[in-house]
Design a protein. Structure first.
Length: 270
């Protein structure tokens, strides 16, 4: 069995497995700080491969979440999970069956239809590439081209939010606010409604930064995680946000998905 501090989840799919992983991440965010090991098993197209992953899950005491649209694979997974006493969750099966009853039609039974290479897909790819190119003020000119500009001190989830929003087809640039560095001049040349300031509580940021230092093998006594340093950074960031006149969102205790939802709601209202 896994350590109680870590949960292993296999995401098994006959497509890429993106849907399953997003659902898992949304669920496990409710159990912070429980550690989760998400193991994706994409493009599974035969029963022996399914059985291999079920047996791996059994050995590690893992949960299996599956998004299988091919009926014989879905049925096989149910049987294998029962046979090997593995906890398995069928994410799509019940909904597909309900839709078939409601519509009177059979599903197309084609994996990966939500990744068809249409215009939406290419917009998403462009947005992801944009987020990578203009992450962390690597190139301030991105501010002038972005749909959304995120600003905030270090560890306010600017990069994860940029990537999440990119998957919703928003082009996002993000700018760190550091007292010793002037924000790029481009930031003051865009409409305030395109800018979102991210703030966070001092104790919460203190904990996050200590964990970050620990992960890097550094002592948590470094000034980066000191409360007086954090307070100085947040006061500086607040002054910049007030000067810009942008909307400000507190990310304390919020999952990336929740903050992204608030940002998208704000932009839909503009």
């Amino acid at each position: 069995m896994p350590n109680s501090a870590e949960v292993i989840i296999y995401v098994v799919s006959d497509a890429a497995g993106d849907t399953g992983e997003l659902v898992v991440r949304a669920a496990v965010a409710q159990f912070h700080p429980v550690q989760t090991d998400i193991r994706r098993a994409p493009f599974v197209m035969d029963v022996p491969t399914l059985e291999r992953f079920v047996l791996q899950a059994k050995l590690s005491g893992a949960i299996v979440l599956y998004t299988l649209v091919i009926p014989h694979l879905r049925d096989a997974m149910k049987s294998l999970a029962r046979e090997h006493e593995v906890e398995a969750i069928d994410l799509l099966g019940s909904l597909i069956e309900s839709l078939e009853r409601q519509t009177g039609r059979h599903s197309r039974q084609e994996p990966g239809l939500n990744h068809v290479l249409d215009a939406d897909y290419f917009r998403k790819v462009d947005a992801v590439e944009f987020a990578v190119r203009y992450d962390d003020a690597k190139d301030p000119s991105g501010v002038l081209k972005a749909d959304i500009i995120l600003i905030g001190v270090s560890r306010t989830s600017k990069t994860p939010l940029s990537m999440y929003l990119a998957h919703q087809k928003y082009k996002v640039a993000n700018i760190p606010l550091v007292p010793e560095l002037k924000p790029p001049k481009e930031l003051f040349n865009v409409p305030a409604e395109r800018i979102v300031g991210l703030t966070i509580g001092v104790p919460y940021l203190n904990t996050i930064r200590k964990e970050r230092l620990k992960a890097l093998g550094l002592p948590n006594s470094a000034s980066y995680a000191a409360e007086d340093r954090i307070l100085k950074e947040l006061e500086y960031a607040e002054a910049i946000m007030k000067q810009l006149g942008c909307v400000v969102i507190d990310v304390s205790h919020r999952a990336v998905e929740e903050t992204a939802s608030l940002i998208m709601e704000h932009f839909r209202g503009i």
